[in-house]
Design a binder for this molecule. Structure first.
Ligand SMILES: Nc1ncnc2c1ncn2[C@@H]1O[C@H](COP(=O)(O)OP(=O)(O)OP(=O)(O)O)[C@@H](O)[C@H]1O
Ligand SMILES: O=C(O)c1ccc[n+]([C@@H]2O[C@H](COP(=O)([O-])O)[C@@H](O)[C@H]2O)c1
Length: 221
């Protein structure tokens, strides 16, 4: 049975953003082009349980995200719900909260890079995510979207749920989509390493984010 029709579409990008970089911006813009959402919602993680601690404070990550996404073609909302939650950050909780906030007639599309898709089966209640949202993943250098690199259960779920962007934007939840066209070889890990050794990662990070990092003396050690 086809999922219910949606009146609006919200594209959601969650992440540690420690710090936010051009790969995040390009990922979001790629899906804004494909899906033409009514809103882009950026959700900085509070306590990402699969990472070994974050370096920058939540308030700094929020400010960097604000600066990185200040020039988009669609309205952008920086949503601090995961930072306010004291517990580990699970996307299932975030999507439940978004569905409660937005109601049943909105298309919610959760975006991710291929690295996340490769271990989506380790996420809390991962199959139930499709009961709340569509999931879209984009290619990322070093992390193949090709079959052999994606766990069989995840691969099967995305094959079964595959739909065109137009269907995704106009229905509420339940579809999966793999976007092969993105190739931005940037990571927060590399940027932190460059900053620590005194290199300016000019081409990897929006200028206003780099200004903030320098003003606040972030990632120096
Ligand atoms: N260069 C990129 N291309 C495509 N997707 C990306 C890219 N960088 C990050 N993402 C995606 O953005 C989301 C948030 O990523 P995150 O904040 O963990 O950045 P990261 O660069 O992977 O960080 P780190 O290097 O610290 O692990 C994830 O879904 C991730 O897959
Ligand atoms: O729900 C989970 O179990 C889960 C496990 C790993 C990552 N996530 C989410 O995936 C997004 C990207 O995470 P990260 O660690 O790459 O910054 C972010 O929104 C995380 O909350 C979610």
């Amino acid at each position: 049975m086809a999922p219910p029709a949606a009146q609006r579409c919200i594209a959601v990008l969650g992440g540690s953003f420690d710090p936010v970089h051009n790969g995040h911006v390009r990922l979001a813009e790629h899906f804004v082009q494909l899906l033409q959402p009514d809103e882009l919602r950026i959700i900085p993680a509070g306590n990402p349980w699969q990472k070994h601690g974050l370096q920058a404070r939540p308030a700094d990550r929020v400010e960097m995200v604000r600066r990185a996404f200040d020039r988009q073609q669609v309205p952008v909302v920086i949503d601090e719900q995961e930072i306010r939650r004291a517990s580990a950050t699970y996307t299932i909780d975030t999507l439940r909260a978004l569905r409660a906030e937005l109601g049943p007639q909105v298309s919610i599309v959760f975006l991710m890079g291929a690295d996340q898709l490769q271990h989506l089966d380790t996420w809390q209640h991962w199959q139930e995510l499709f009961d709340l949202a569509h999931l879209c993943a984009a290619s990322r250098p070093g992390f193949e979207l090709a079959d052999a690199h994606v766990p069989p259960a995840v691969r099967e779920e995305f094959k079964r749920r595959n739909a065109a962007p137009q269907e995704i934007r106009s229905t509420t939840h339940g579809y999966g989509y793999l976007a092969l066209g993105l190739a931005v070889d940037i990571s927060s890990t590399e940027i932190r390493a460059q900053l620590q050794r005194g290199t300016r990662p000019d081409s990897l990070i929006p200028g206003r984010v780099l200004d903030y990092i320098e003003q606040q003396h972030l990632y120096r050690n």
